[in-house]
Design a protein around this ligand. Structure first.
Ligand code: 5AD
Length: 436
């Protein structure tokens, strides 16, 4: 039997897909590329924007077309929010949502025997706990994503995710730490902590993210620990001190700004002002001068005027982000902002998005230029062409360099030479002691 997977959306989805592919492998399935003919297709969907919905439907149809006889499993946020719509797509056999993912093999067997589709989506806010899925193991063994938290209670007015994922559930620290130890043992050099609202880790257990990070950062053999998205109000002095004190923790934080205009932030229900955001960034840079700060910004939120947009752009410029992910506001049915009267026209969103994408490029370049001439440590992820390798520094600079040996998965020393469009070109120096 063969199974194939497709993941849309975020890092959490990626880890969940990997865990499921482990379940199938454990059940005797061979995992094949999505474009190949398989007996089961699993599509892990996204609904954060309208684009997520559309792409999810497209991929579902593609799987059905590749093999109309296959069992089609649709899971994840879009499946959770639009379970009926998804189960009505002819050819879809199993709709899972954001719980009970671990039961997937059992459900496939059930469909095979009963020859009728199953929809097991249930209320994401009723009687839920953190769903432990089996250990992930990717072949690359370079960087692994570790899910430590599920759900979000924040209810930003634009966001559908709390409805799709349910409330905050933190993974018990012992489980997170033991999975981390396993991954290190298996040879992974970098662990990336992830969740739906990662910075809220521990709120339901009487703990906090700093507690877990402090314990994880000192696991024997760990080379790099990366925190992913974290809210400005969650960056405490203690957490900053933990990053300073532990060189294994990457000097990189993704801090979603969403808007650089206070009027818009308030209407989004974001719990900070631009002034507070700037103060957090300043504290971080004082403690960690070379830290990379990346962000998400939404353009065209209802009521965002041209003046608001210019303010947002100006504030984003002043923050000197190392990277900006730009999102065009997408009304999500059931969220408050979708009902706001002053929706922004698509062509205006398009225009504002271009402004921010231009800024993102300039801002990255400005950050990257600081490192020209420096010697840095790169974790090698892949070959980009024969004898050319690519990887990231701890502060998330993408680096390419030439070397005539297989360096995948190695931590190597590279002297940065020049910044090109999206990456830095460097000169391979050597492999530091214990770097292999
Ligand atoms: N429209 C556009 N972007 C959105 N995001 C969340 N909800 C929406 C929406 N309705 C963006 C936010 C978040 C990222 C993961 O997706 O910027 O940080």
């Amino acid at each position: 039997m063969k199974a194939a997977f497709y993941t849309l959306g975020c890092k959490v989805n990626q880890t969940e897909t990997e865990a499921l592919s482990g379940i199938f492998r454990g059940g005797g399935y061979e995992i094949v590329p999505f474009e190949e003919r398989a007996d089961v297709y699993v599509i892990n969907t996204c609904t954060v924007t309208n684009m997520g919905d559309r792409k999810s439907r497209q991929i579902i149809r593609r799987a059905i077309k590749i093999n109309p006889e296959a069992i089609i499993v649709v899971m994840g946020c879009y499946a959770q929010i639009a379970a009926d719509e998804v189960s009505k797509i002819p050819g879809v056999d199993i709709v899972i949502g954001t719980q009970d993912r671990g039961r997937v093999l059992e459900l496939v067997e059930e469909v095979r025997e009963a020859h009728r589709p199953l929809n097991v989506v249930r209320d994401s806010w009723q009687g839920v706990s953190f769903e432990e899925l089996p250990l992930i193991e990717q072949e690359s063994r370079v960087r692994a994503t570790l899910k430590i938290e599920e759900g979000c209670n924040q209810y930003c007015t634009y966001c559908i995710i709390p409805y799709a994922r349910g409330p905050i559930r933190s993974r018990p620290p012992e489980n997170a730490l033991s999975e981390a130890a396993h991954l290190i043992e298996a040879g992974y050099k970098e662990l990336v902590l992830t969740g739906i609202h990662t910075g809220a880790y521990g709120a339901d257990l009487g703990l906090d993210l700093n507690y877990l990070v402090q314990r994880m950062a000192v696991l024997p053999g760990l080379r790099r620990l990366r925190l992913s998205s974290i809210e400005p109000v969650e960056i405490t002095d203690e957490l900053i001190q933990t990053i300073v004190a532990n060189p294994t923790i990457c000097r990189h934080l993704h801090i979603p700004l969403q808007s650089g205009c206070d009027r818009v932030l308030a209407r989004m229900h974001r719990p900070y002002t631009t002034q507070k955001f700037a103060a957090v960034v300043e504290r971080l840079r004082e403690a960690l001068p070379e830290i990379a700060i990346t962000t998400d910004i939404i353009v065209g939120f209802p009521g965002e005027s041209e003046t608001d947009h210019q303010a947002s752009l100006e504030f984003a410029r002043s923050m000197q982000f190392a990277g900006i992910h730009v999102f065009k506001y997408s009304p999500r049915a059931g969220t408050p902002a979708a009902g706001y009267p002053d929706q922004v026209r698509p062509e205006v969103k398009e225009h504002r998005s271009k402004d921010l994408i231009d800024l993102a490029r300039l801002s990255w370049r400005r950050y990257a230029d600081n490192f020209i001439g420096q010697t840095v440590e790169v974790l090698v992820e892949q070959a980009t062409k024969p004898d050319e390798w690519e990887g990231h520094t701890d502060n998330y600079l993408r680096v390419r360099f030439r070397a005539a040996k297989d360096l995948r998965g190695c931590l190597v020393t590279v002297k940065l030479d020049k910044a090109l469009k999206e990456y830095l070109q460097g000169i391979y120096m050597e492999m530091p002691r214990g770097g292999g």
